[in-house]
Write a protein that binds this ligand. Structure first.
Ligand SMILES: [Fe+2]
Length: 420
């Protein structure tokens, strides 16, 4: 036991030293690839303990002496294959192609199912342990609990996979906007968020989102961050469907936290601009009414707050800079990726009528939903935290990492602005 703790500590210290002395001299793209590799190693240390427990509960406790050898071998092979795939999933972040490979999809699905197995197995184990201790009644054996959990989670994973890979739902909402001129009443925003182009999301999924958004004929398109989980070169043209998005009043983008994990933000900004997007890097644009140029909406976007935390050079949330040029007599719509950033904006002195966020994925699946609820001030959907201020949090238009959704669904939001 102490040996494992010591080994884990040594590995973590080595990684920290590496970060302090070696990474500083690496070019940005390479540095972030090493970061991701480092993260995968640390995650595998956690997996090590988890997989040992799972092997005990799902293999040793399930197979009996009387079980035929062929069944034993098959079951052990299946579980081993499942665990190996889950273990390699974090390493696939450095092996991204235009379309997700079957290996990437299988590895991340196993990672998601691994989380679900633990989320069900551990509480049930403790629950029945407690019942056995406090009661004389014989409850289910460990073997029966394991079998029940494996069957249930397998079925849940299949359903969660289907939900995640399905076409996004169109969610239509009307938002009353104070100070919106009658000439701009009923303007519509197509809101896309959290595509996460990377190991498990590629060209085809983005193309579907773009086609569905175009079918809504939005006046404005907003992308509220987390487009990518890889460098522009790695995704090999997977982002090009963004150029096909049509919006007569413009397409606007602000960064999410995952943009910064790629270490390739400058190349991504250039690409987004070439696809016709206005990148709101702590800046704003005025959207003028076509019938009366004195009527306008100020659309502003801030860098994601994670840029401050990881000290990404030249980036960080700067609301004062983003708001400069907007004024109190015209409505302001802010793109701020994280709900925490939306809360910062609501607490500020600036008058903002609508904040568009993403990031949470609505929690994506149980049990992460509960954790997500605890750490975010807004989870998903429309909120009215102030008399004249609304926050809309998208559940994301695809998924992040594991292609599983349970209790949530991918969405494209069709927002209609209404004059009050
Ligand atoms: Fe995010």
């Amino acid at each position: 036991m102490w040996f494992k703790i010591l080994a884990g500590t040594v590995v973590c210290l080595t990684l920290l030293l590496f970060e302090a002395y070696v990474f500083t001299s690496l070019p940005s793209g390479t540095k972030y690839k090493v970061y991701r590799f480092q993260f995968a190693i640390v995650l595998n240390l956690v997996f090590y303990a988890g997989s040992k427990h799972l092997w005990q509960r799902v293999v040793k406790d399930v197979l009996e002496d009387s079980t035929p050898n062929i069944v034993k071998c098959t079951w052990k092979s299946i579980v081993m294959f499942f665990l190996v795939l889950a273990h390699i999933s974090p390493f696939t972040t450095n092996f991204v192609t235009r379309e997700p490979t079957w290996l990437n999809m299988a590895a991340w699905t196993c990672f998601g199912a691994y989380i679900l197995l633990f989320a069900m197995l551990v509480p049930l184990d403790y629950f029945f342990k407690f019942l056995r201790k406090t009661s004389r009644i014989k409850f289910f054996s460990s073997r029966k609990i394991s079998l029940f959990v494996v069957v249930t989670i397998t079925l849940c994973s299949v359903m969660a996979f289907q939900t995640a890979v399905q076409a996004p739902r169109i969610i239509s909402v009307e938002v009353p906007i104070a100070k919106l001129a009658p000439s701009m009443d009923k303007m519509r925003i197509g809101l896309i968020s959290d595509i996460h182009l990377g190991p498990t999301v590629g060209y085809t999924q983005l193309k579907r989102v773009v086609d569905m958004t175009n079918a809504l004929n939005p006046d404005i398109v907003v992308f509220s961050g987390d487009l990518m989980d890889a460098t522009l070169a790695d995704v090999d043209g997977a982002a090009t469907p963004l150029a096909e998005l049509k919006a007569p009043y413009g397409k606007y983008f602000a960064t999410g936290n995952h943009e910064y994990y790629t270490g390739d933000i400058e190349n991504w900004f250039k690409a987004l601009e070439s696809y016709g997007f206005v990148v709101l890097h702590n800046s704003n644009r005025k959207i003028l009414s076509k019938s009366n140029p004195n009527d306008w909406i100020c659309i502003l976007g801030t860098d994601d707050i994670q840029a401050d935390q990881i000290r990404y050079e030249g980036h960080g949330m700067d609301l004062s800079k983003a708001y400069r040029g907007c004024d109190l007599s015209h409505p302001a719509i802010l793109i701020a990726h994280q709900p925490k950033a939306a809360q910062i904006a609501l607490d500020s002195e600036f008058s903002i009528q609508l904040i568009l966020s993403g990031h949470t994925h609505g929690g994506q699946m149980y049990p992460i939903i509960w954790l997500c609820y605890l750490v975010n001030p807004f989870m998903s959907g429309l909120y009215r935290p102030k008399e004249d201020s609304y926050v809309y949090v998208s559940q994301g238009s695809v998924y992040y990492g594991f292609p599983l959704r349970w209790g949530t669904y991918p969405e494209i939001t069709n927002i209609t602005l209404r004059a009050t």
